[in-house]
Design a protein around this ligand. Structure first.
Ligand code: ADP
Length: 219
């Protein structure tokens, strides 16, 4: 199978970190930035990195951008540049276009242009950190919708040795343990007989208000 190819427009803090992680995951990444110094910094860590203005249609075409599986517009602060490059990536016909927004209105504009996925890194990270601050055992938080989320919670000492049946989160709190992650493996869809050990990581799915109730027993 062909390796998925990504083009990342703008190698600022967000774009470069995303590009590098895609490389670490084994994908091919073309980084594009109009700033030569930025491109020099990243060129030997990405598959290709080029100095180019992503609002220049001819340049994007000559880079063969339409053949990429996914284009990510990682320009945030310059909304005009972000919008113009998003339009071009869509028009050129790249399959999936993802763009970073720095405000609600910027996000709405990107959605109206047909961007497939708009992300709000600062806003989402703020939400995530707030949850981690008030719930010490919370390792990660993913919002599925306004109502539902998935969280990763570390098993505290008070639950060490108990099994899933003792805890019974579905009946008590209306949320489910979908996996237990520990050093030597992952138990997917654990049964009532599976036990919990200190520092295991539980992956929980459910309504946010139910998960919040469940989190209280862990403190
Ligand atoms: P961050 O907050 O993640 O650092 P910025 O919006 O500050 O993001 O950085 C965006 C990057 O995008 C900068 O490196 C900038 O040089 C680059 N950039 C801005 N406009 C263009 C453009 N038209 N074409 C290519 N790169 C651009």
């Amino acid at each position: 199978m062909k390796t998925q190819q990504f083009v990342v427009i703008g190698l600022g803090r967000f774009g470069s970190s995303l590009a590098l992680e895609l490389m670490n995951l084994g994908y091919e990444v073309l980084g594009v930035d109009r700033n030569e110094e930025v491109v020099d910094e990243w060129s030997d860590r990405l598959t290709h990195a080029v100095v180019a203005d992503a609002t220049d249609e001819e340049v994007l075409k000559s880079l063969g951008v339409r053949n990429f599986d996914c284009g990510i517009v990682a320009i945030g602060n310059d909304i005009q540049m972000s919008i113009l490059s998003a339009i071009l990536l869509k028009e050129i016909g790249i399959k999936t276009v993802v763009a970073k927004a720095i405000s609600v209105l910027h996000g709405r504009a990107l959605e109206k242009l047909g961007v497939d996925r708009v992300i709000f890194p600062e806003r989402d990270m703020g939400v995530r950190v707030a949850h981690q601050l008030v719930t010490p055992n919370l390792l990660d938080y993913i919002e599925l919708s306004k109502e539902y989320s998935i969280v990763e919670l570390r098993v505290p000492g008070c639950l060490d040795g108990k099994n899933v049946g003792d805890l019974n989160p579905r009946a008590r709190f209306g949320c489910s343990i979908v996996a237990i992650h520990r050093e030597n493996g992952v138990i997917v869809a654990p049964t009532a007989m599976d036990h919990l050990a200190l520092d295991d990581i539980m992956v929980i799915i459910g309504a946010k208000k139910n998960i919040e109730e469940f989190e209280k027993v862990l403190i």
